[in-house]
Design a protein around this ligand. Sequence first.
Ligand code: SF4
Length: 493
Amino acid sequence: MSNINIKSPEVQIREVRLGSIIGFEGTAGELVRCARAGNLQDKSRSFSQCMGCSSRNAFCQLSMIKDAVVINHAPVGCSGDFFGFNFTYRVGQMERNLPPAIGRYFNTNIEEKDTIFGATQKLEATIREVYSRLKPNAVFITTSCASSIIGDDVESVANNLTDELGIPVVACFCEGFRSKIWTTGFDSAYHSIVRKIVKPPRKKSNKVNIINFWGSHIFDELLKPLGYEPNYIVPFSTIADLEYISEAAATIQICPTLGTYFGAALEEIYGVPEIKAPPAYGISGTDDWMRELGKVLGRQEEVEKIIVKEHIRVIPILEEYRDKFNGKTAYVTAGASHGHALIALLRELGLSVQGAAIFHHDPVYDNGEPDSDTLLHTINTYGDVHNYNVCNKQAFELVNILNRIRPDIMIARHGGMTLWGAKLGIPTLLIGDEQFGFGYQGVLNYAERILETLDNREFVSNLAKHSSMPYTKWWLDQSPFSFLGGNVHVEVY
Ligand code: SF4
């Protein structure tokens, strides 16, 4: 049965919908086998150092719709992430030559007395005030633990204010305590867009939806010769852009961890075909992805020509990099699908991947297609990954592991993780633009940055000499998985 129900105000959380987990240690092959057999269990931690919040992930997608506003119905502390996304928004404007505009984010400041008497009146007043000041084309309300615990009827407020103001006022249910998997917040944001913003198609267009964060526009060059036009969603789009993404010829996901729900919903509800092959990271992965793109867009011949041309251009350069990286070791820490992509990239470049700390694991994506599994694709193409840890940014586990294996380089996807490698004197590379490693050129892009990082060890060496670790020798001598529960998995074959 489908998990996509736009009549429901709330999206089902990933634990329930996909069986996602945040705790595992073993090999990547074991993880995939258990997931396939349907007997993967979350290994709960008896100690947890930190936790993410779905509200942040929902906000990261909604906060950069250029003509919308976001109202966080929450105590003011839940809005601590506003400034970071406003920074990203401003940088993205400069990169796109857009006029400078500050993010339009508000908070209803739920206080103690509101938790007794309810805060819906405060929410209504905030929406009216925001509308009178800014005249946005849509208002998104992101919920919080507090608004949910006190049972505020946010959906009714949103529906009433939609009628009153004549613009979509949309509730996005993303309170942190609903889900241990913070990427549920992406699904919440997309659910609110699909159920309240997207309209049925009037005709088919030549646009291709690109579900991404705020990465570079690499798809312009790929799609134009094929007769198609990219439509980058959701950051930096407008409400009008989003209304007719139902008319697109296809949907590309830069990362299924991000777009699994959105891609599947657009296909299921509006018939927009999703490119289901794992995203194009590494040569073999790019070949497979390009062929599926060609099939869906009816451009197989053109795509085969591109593949041949790109192999001739890229592979000789790649061989040179492989010689340089021969014998080098790497460790990866990243979100799920992008982490799998980074493992593929590193192995394509000839580095030995000693292990990975990946933030969560989705045993299946919303399209239900087994071949979409990015981890399985990486294993099938490059072999199993040992020391594969599903770890939701628990730094104490990561530091313990890094201290033991001491790779030549750590590749990280999130800013807060890089310092742990650097403090240990391990050169650490973070690339925020997930499109940077995509496709044939992406392999070479990464190769160059890895080479630069390996050639510049002095900074991290000095940092390691002059910094201290919060973790004691006692902890570093323990198994990194001392706090990871025992209910692992059952081997089936
Ligand atoms: S919604 Fe809940 S988990 Fe998220 S920031 Fe607010 S209080 Fe914390």
